[in-house]
Design a protein around this ligand. Sequence first.
Ligand SMILES: [Zn+2]
Length: 174
Amino acid sequence: MVEGLNELLELVKMFCGSICNNVFEVLLRNPSEFLDEKLASEINANVNDVRRALYELQTLGIVTYRRERDESGNFIYYWYANVEHLNQLLLRRKKTVLRRLEDRLKLEEENSFYTCLQDGIRLSFDEALENEFRCPRCNTPLEFIENDKIRKRLKELILGLQEEILNEERAFTR
Ligand SMILES: [Zn+2]
């Protein structure tokens, strides 16, 4: 199944509303194909709203269809979740998150930080120096922050994510 799913459902809800979200959820949780009428009864919604939602989801590339002609020559659409594209989208997102974590780690490694225990303000060494190691808000002497724990946690997150990304990329090229 797709990783990072709940986050994705939140995004879908945000971008195209709750009917989209419900339609998409049904398609994701079931590996089979669905007619729009079936989807509508499944989530208890108007079939026209469901159709609108399906086209929006298709525009996003996360839903697609197979088309057939019925006896009278009209097209019937069988809808399903585009899982492969979904995985690629999520992979791209993970790479963005990884880059952000790496930048943050670099920042933590190249700087030392100071804090004011009164109001929790956090300053870099340069900023602290500029303020003569006193809080710019309340003038309390600043305390040096040990950032070993943050760096350790960041490294763990980065390693975990790198491994996930590698595994998924291997799965795509298989
Ligand atoms: Zn202060």
